[in-house]
Design a protein around this ligand. Structure first.
Ligand SMILES: NC(=O)C1=CN([C@@H]2O[C@H](COP(=O)(O)OP(=O)(O)OC[C@H]3O[C@@H](n4cnc5c(N)ncnc54)[C@H](O)[C@@H]3O)[C@@H](O)[C@H]2O)[C@@H](O)CC1
Ligand SMILES: [K+]
Length: 506
């Protein structure tokens, strides 16, 4: 199930939708794997985590079971904990006679221990030291309500420790949205492969620590599935490594347009592009600002940009294969004409950010048409506000909207946020897992545009460069943490690159 342009190892970073997980389940059953064994293994994996977290066998564990197979897993957990000497109370939201299939078999196995099934109401949580949430998993189809909702609220209000089976109940597995409410869990145990929701906000904030347990499903059972959502990381892309034969021209040349009024933005992008390994970076800036741009970057080049002719001349240099337009530029007609000119020139990769995006707020169709007819690959890097200005017609989750935006625009779309998404026009999306809230600071996005451009200049495809740029940006943000300012991001990059390129073999 490899996807073109991504490393074969991206299979290990695949996130399966709930529909794909049930297809895997069905394929395993067809291949002769008993589904009852899968449920037993799932329950055992959760029971093991409960025992690791909660060693006090006298503290009451309340297992909350729903009407489907998630509840079936809960019956297994309860039985194994009971057999392990734990005090367990099991509550189910439906009468046992309503259960079906493997869930019913496991309900009977629980009852065979002479243990009761109590009604699932908020009172069943009285005295709980720990809760196992096995109410709803992949099968959630509408917002939680009634007694289930009341239980979830009590868990959260009283901060009762909770471990989720598969996903916290109320989490929509594909989108990461919360339907009604969901318990804030200490940890979540899922099976075989994670789902998008485990890495998408708001759901991620409810999952706690994630463990992916092996329950007997194998890659053979997912053969033929077209996975389109991946966890961003080194399984998906490989960073360029310079070799003995490289020189500054072969490591790529980035052209960045900058203004006099807000020179800091383009200078941060330049710094990012240079630190990530571009051989040359040129700033095209008003003649009045040449000294400003040159003063703190003696290794960068400057060319004057005071007219459309200047812009055309800067763009026509065939060595400048990657262009960044937007950081520090106003969202005006001049910027719009510059973007359209660059798209006509067909540089290999064009990164549009900030003013380069908002200049098209009133004319997004003009931008999309120019992208579709451009010979180059285009990257759009909007935050949520810029995204809404360009893609006002799109609705749904961030994952859905980023995917639709890439299809609509024909560009790679990086939607910034705590779970930064990068979508490709063919529907592939990566979710970046490790963002730090300290990255929410002025100039941070300018550095990101520079990272992406610098990687593209070294030969990465627009999608891989954007995914890798987003991941590295998040990683330096995570390493720096409190107190970081945008200027720190390029300076911390060598430490991260060293670990990836020198100390490990990818
Ligand atoms: N390979 C796999 O996929 C495996 C899955 N297992 C478990 O099976 C689960 C999926 O089981 P199911 O497909 O039965 O789904 P669920 O157990 O999540 O729930 C399905 C049931 O809940 C009802 N329902 C949905 N939303 C509701 C709401 N808001 N209020 C009330 N009722 C609602 C549905 O009508 C259906 O009866 C997984 O999450 C996982 O825990 C495991 O048993 C092991 C193997
Ligand atoms: K659950």
């Amino acid at each position: 199930m490899s996807v073109s342009g991504l490393l074969p190892s991206s299979q290990h970073a695949a996130l399966l939708t709930v529909e794909q997980m049930s297809a895997v389940d069905a394929a395993a059953a067809r291949a002769g794997v008993p589904t009852l064994d899968l449920m037993e293994n799932a329950g055992r994996a959760v029971a093991r985590d409960v025992m690791a977290i909660h060693e006090d066998r006298k503290g009451l564990v309340v297992v909350l079971c729903g009407p489907g197979n998630n509840g079936g897993d809960g019956f297994v957990v309860a039985r194994l904990l009971r057999q392990g000497g734990y005090r367990v109370r099991l509550a189910c939201c439906v009468d046992v006679t309503v259960l079906r299939g493997d869930a019913l078999v496991n309900a009977h196995r629980w009852q065979a221990l002479q243990e009761p099934v109590v009604p699932l109401t908020e009172d069943c949580l009285d005295g709980a030291a720990l809760v196992v949430d096995a109410m709803f998993g992949a099968g959630l189809s509408r917002p939680v309500d009634g007694d289930v909702l009341a239980c979830i609220r009590r868990i959260n209000d009283r901060s009762i420790k909770c471990i989720a089976v598969d996903v916290p109940s109320g989490v929509a597995g594909n989108s990461g949205e919360i339907l009604g409410d969901a318990p804030r869990c200490l940890s979540t145990v899922t099976f075989f492969r994670p789902k998008p929701a485990h890495f998408l906000y708001p759901a991620k904030a409810y999952c706690g620590a994630l463990r992916v347990a092996d329950i007997g499903l194998t890659p053979q059972h997912e053969a033929g599935l077209l996975c389109q959502t991946f966890l961003n990381g080194t399984a998906v892309w490989a960073l360029p490594r310079p070799s003995w034969s490289d020189h500054k021209y072969s490591r790529g040349h980035v052209l960045i347009f900058g203004s006099a009024a807000m020179s800091g933005a383009a200078r941060l992008a330049m710094r990012g592009a240079r630190r990530i390994g571009a051989g040359l970076v040129t700033a095209a800036v008003p003649a009045s600002a040449l000294a400003v741009y040159g003063s703190d970057a003696p290794g960068a080049l400057q060319v004057p940009w005071d007219s459309e002719d200047d812009a055309l001349k800067a763009l026509q240099d065939a060595h400048r294969t990657v262009v960044v337009i937007g950081p520090g530029l106003p969202a005006d007609d001049e910027t719009r004409r510059l973007v359209l000119m660059a798209l006509r020139q067909g540089q290999r990769t064009i990164v549009l950010d900030a003013g380069g995006l908002s200049a098209f707020a009133d004319h997004p169709d003009v931008l999309f048409a120019a992208i579709q007819s451009s010979a180059g690959q285009v990257v759009l890097t909007p935050h949520e506000g810029e995204f809404k200005r360009l893609f006002s017609s799109l609705a749904g989750s961030r994952l859905d909207r980023s995917r639709q935006a890439a299809v609509l625009s024909g560009a790679c779309v990086l939607l910034k946020g705590a779970d930064t998404l990068v979508a490709r026009p063919d529907g592939a999306v990566v979710i970046t897992p490790q963002a730090s809230p300290y990255l929410a600071t002025a100039g941070s996005g300018d550095v990101l545009a520079g990272f992406i451009a610098g990687l593209a200049a070294q030969g990465m495809s627009a999608f891989s460069a954007t995914a890798a740029g987003a991941w590295l940006h998040a990683e330096v943000g995570r390493q720096l943490g409190p107190g970081l300012i945008a200027e720190d991001l390029p300076e911390c990059l060598p430490t991260v690159l060293r670990r990836l390129l020198v100390e490990t073999t990818l």
